[in-house]
Design a binder for this molecule. Structure first.
Ligand code: 5RP
Length: 220
């Protein structure tokens, strides 16, 4: 598995052009991409990062981390996913970074998604769908999720059984028991609930390219 992730991360370097500010996602697959990016860091202007975790990795490699507000539109965003369907629509947010990931994906001309083969599914939903919520709206949003989707929202906990707090200071609900036949409609419906910050469905703006790690990697 980690070999597949590494091979996907390394392949994504082919999409980096000289002088770019690169959008960088979050997770174990992206960590391999960051390792590879470090080998060509003299060729890029820096990175915009989707999480404190990735910012730490980038800085440790001597790659400058820029604010999206200063960087402007990006040419390239590279990130992993928890699930990917044949239409390059994704579930993301297993690392609780979905909101910043969605912002950077929206700001980027090309979204290259790097996955291991286990992430490929025909229908999204086996992986619990993350939703970032404003803390005071958590119970309200959970009730609305049940009525809209029929799924079971679960408040994500950390290893100490405390509610996970995102980099934005919010909570995460993971929706279990879904089979998402219309991801664009579900993304739109969940986005409408007051208190929802963002939904880990990347359907309206999915990936442009998916790299599935292996020997050799497959580019979809
Ligand atoms: C973080 C994410 C990650 O991209 C997703 O969880 C995949 O992680 P990994 O590469 O570790 O399997 O969406 O919020």
């Amino acid at each position: 598995m980690s070999d597949a992730k590494r091979l996907a991360g390394e392949k994504a370097i082919e999409y980096v052009r000289d002088g770019m500010i690169v959008g960088v996602g979050t997770g174990s697959t992206v960590a391999y991409f960051i390792d590879a990016l470090a080998t060509i860091k003299h060729r890029i202007r820096g990175a915009v990062s989707s999480s404190e975790q990735s910012s730490g990795l980038l800085r440790a490699h001597g790659i400058e981390v820029l604010e999206l507000n200063d960087a402007g539109p990006l040419s390239l965003y590279v990130d992993g996913a928890d699930e990917c369907d044949p239409h390059k629509r994704l579930i993301k947010g297993g690392g609780a970074a979905l909101t910043r990931e969605k912002i950077i994906a929206e700001a980027s001309e090309q979204f290259v998604c790097i996955v291991d083969p286990a992430k490929q599914v025909d229908v999204l939903g086996r992986f619990p769908l993350p939703v970032e919520v404003i803390p005071m709206a958590r119970s309200l949003v959970a009730r609305r999720i049940v009525s809209i989707t029929g799924g079971q929202p679960v408040w994500r906990q950390d290893v100490d059984e405390r509610g996970v707090v995102t980099d934005n200071g919010n909570a995460i609900l993971d929706i279990h028991g879904l089979s998402i036949v219309d991801p664009v409609a579900m993304e739109a419906a969940l986005n409408q609930i007051p208190g929802v910050v963002s939904v880990g469905l990347f359907a309206r703006r999915g990936a442009d390219v998916v790299i599935v790690g292996g020997s050799p990697p497959r580019v979809l």
